[in-house]
Design a binder for this molecule. Structure first.
Ligand code: ZN
Length: 262
């Protein structure tokens, strides 16, 4: 797919816990053993997603208990990178590694986020990200602990890499905000039926307090998961573009600055 989404017809549900909200049941696609949410967010392995589902289903009270560090939950300072610094490695088999270096430079030039080549002997580099090849572009949201990955297929550009690093830093997709229906119209009829779960609207972070940002690099493009080339997500404001994959918007940068203080 042109967007570089990781997709599959095999879907299931699990639970996540975004910032400032309770547990949410979400649908993911199983792709190469990974539970992939909204086409490019790695919740964990399918086995981990199934374990979270079983745990939450077996312990319904947990949804009210404010448990913050379990499984695929992404909330609070334990999911932020220490000193805003992300230790990283690049898989030697990854083609076109310059796109990674260019994306890192863009982040460092525009945000407080810093990157450092991982030194495995340094205890401060215990948590790190590996850029590796794959069939699409994908990342986890926030710091998960230990090794985590950013997957870059051959079609993933520097802009796609900037987007995926946004997830690694802790950003969700802009069009998943709770208030998105005020700003865009989703045409589910135009979406590949088995991909409609990617348009469920369910993530509300504290950073929603900033204005809805059509220009966010974290926003889906107009034709995301289109079955027939028709637009699937249309801005209500005339003349705006969505889905750019060139650079962090002013809103993205403001969101990151807010996020790393949360
Ligand atoms: Zn994404």
């Amino acid at each position: 797919m042109a967007d570089g989404f990781l997709t599959s017809d095999t879907t299931d549900t699990t639970w996540i816990k975004p910032l400032d909200t309770g547990w949410k049941e979400v649908t993911y696609a199983a792709v190469d053993g990974l539970a992939v949410f909204e086409g490019c967010i790695i919740l964990g392995t399918v086995a981990e997603a199934q374990a979270v589902k079983k745990f939450v289903d077996d312990n319904p009270g947990i949804k009210e208990e404010g448990v913050e560090s379990f499984g695929t939950g992404i909330v609070g300072t334990q999911f932020r990178w220490k000193n805003n610094t992300i230790p990283f490695e690049i898989d030697p088999n990854l083609p076109n590694q310059q796109r990674v270096l260019d994306a890192i430079k863009h982040w460092q030039d525009n945000t407080p986020i810093k990157f450092v080549k991982r030194n495995s002997a340094d205890p401060a580099h215990r948590d790190f990200v590996v850029f590796r090849p794959g069939s699409g572009c994908a990342s986890s949201v926030g710091r998960r602990g230990g090794r985590q990955e950013i997957i870059l297929g051959s079609a993933c550009s520097t802009g796609n890499c900037i987007h995926e690093i946004g997830h690694t830093v802790g950003l969700w997709h802009e069009q998943s905000r709770k208030d998105r229906n005020q700003f865009v119209t989703v045409k589910l009829d135009a979406v590949v039926p088995n991909a409609r779960h990617n348009f469920n609207q369910h993530i509300q972070d504290g950073i929603d307090l900033l204005a809805y940002d059509y220009g966010s690099i974290m926003h889906y493009p107009r034709n995301a998961f289109s079955a027939n080339g028709e637009d699937t997500i249309i801005p209500k404001q005339a003349g705006v573009e969505i889905g750019q994959r060139k650079k962090l918007s002013a809103g993205d940068i403001a969101s990151v600055k807010k996020l790393i203080k949360s």
